[in-house]
Design a protein around this ligand. Structure first.
Ligand SMILES: C[S@@+](CC[C@H](N)C(=O)[O-])C[C@H]1O[C@@H](n2cnc3c(N)ncnc32)[C@H](O)[C@@H]1O
Length: 351
């Protein structure tokens, strides 16, 4: 296929996912409101803001395409969609909806199925984030998570995750004398492994590591990552506030969509831990939600986000100074980027 045709196919594929996400959100909200009406606490988004969002999405897709063309990762990653999971779990998303709706309506935020073990986790974690059934603590939740995130972001979640790859690859040049197979990269709070899968495409020979608090999400990650070529990443259940690794062990550390789900103290503890385990000259890359400081025009969207979903720490996150936190831990030369609904902080540990 010619490049132009592949690009057009990619753009149409993404636009299709975007419309699908919008249609799902619209139909499911209308339907549930008919069955069990609830007060709408969201602020209507002005047309001008919607146009900004569409433009940001177009820009994200363009950068995603360009990065694949300059070899940061394989073009096939642009079309990486688990159709098997889609057909298996999309009906379950609908089946689960009435429970989610009632949980949201009755403000039940610590509602777990019997049999789900909630012992031994930090109290901030034992929550139904996004009103999810079983929070992060069951296989059902792990199986539906990627699909739910895809619906939320209109199919662009992986494109946002992939924005860590160019700075990751570029910053690893600092260790140009290290053979690629001896490079070590850790993804903190790796969830179902989508980011590690993308990193594998950029760094086919490096040793990859992932940690998460959820055994169920790690099982799902292991299932995904053991199917792709290359050494299977080493996954460990751990609280990122106490990483089970030696000081100065990794050439780079990444973290995607974690910080908005943490209270301030845990955010700082995790940043400090990432500083401890990354080597001098190494990089720590955060991808997370946009904040008011970088996207003031999208502040109404941010308010709607925590009003609609159960995101107990998001309001504090919106104005939290992550650069200051990174500097406090010892990081220097912190660059910030924004792509669509995410921001990126690329922080360096002094050599
Ligand atoms: C929004 S999900 C993001 C997952 C994944 N990085 C992604 O891109 O989809 C947040 C993840 O952080 C994990 N998590 C939350 N607090 C944690 C902590 N203190 N230590 C380790 N993992 C944590 C959750 O289990 C969940 O998998």
């Amino acid at each position: 296929m010619s490049d132009t045709l592949t690009k057009l196919t990619y753009q149409s594929f993404q636009q299709g996912k975007n419309y699908f996400g919008l249609a799902h959100k619209l139909i499911s909200t209308r339907l549930m409101n008919l069955i069990s009406p609830t007060e709408n606490k969201t602020t209507p988004i002005p047309t001008g803001v919607l146009l900004i969002i569409q433009q940001r999405l177009n820009n994200l897709l363009e950068v995603d395409w360009q990065d694949s063309q300059r070899g940061i990762y394989s073009e096939s990653l642009l079309f990486d969609n688990s159709w098997e999971d889609f057909f298996k779990y999309y009906p379950m998303v609908w089946f689960d909806l009435p429970q989610i709706w009632e949980r949201a309506k009755n403000k039940k935020h610590q509602d777990f199925s019997s049999g789900v073990n909630t012992e031994g986790y930090p109290s901030y974690y034992v929550q139904n984030f996004h009103h999810q059934t079983d929070g992060y603590l069951s296989d059902l939740s792990a199986n539906m998570y990627d699909l739910q995130v895809e619906i939320l972001f209109g199919g662009s979640a992986d494109a946002m995750r992939r924005r860590i790859l160019a700075p990751l690859k570029e910053n690893l040049n600092f260790f140009a004398d290290v053979p690629p197979s001896l490079l070590r990269v850790l993804d903190v709070a790796c969830g179902t492994g989508r980011t590690l899968k993308a990193i594998r495409s950029t760094l086919p020979h490096a040793s990859l590591y992932g940690t998460d608090l959820s055994p169920a999400y790690l099982r799902k990650a292991n299932e995904l990552l053991s199917q792709i070529p290359g050494e299977v990443p080493q996954l460990l259940q751990a609280n990122s506030e106490e990483l089970p690794y030696l000081d100065n062990y990794f050439h780079a550390v990444t973290s995607v969509f974690l910080f908005h789900e943490l209270p301030g103290v845990a955010r700082q503890n995790i940043i400090n831990e990432c500083f401890r385990v990354v080597k001098p000259g190494g990089t720590f890359i955060i991808c997370d939600s946009i904040q008011v400081s970088d996207s003031p025009e999208l502040e109404p969207m941010m308010h709607n986000f925590y009003e609609t979903f159960h995101e107990p720490y998001y309001r504090h996150y919106m104005t939290d100074d992550l650069v200051e936190r990174l500097q406090k831990a010892g990081f220097e030369n912190i660059e910030t980027q924004v792509h669509f609904m995410s921001k990126y902080l690329i922080a360096h540990k002094p050599a």
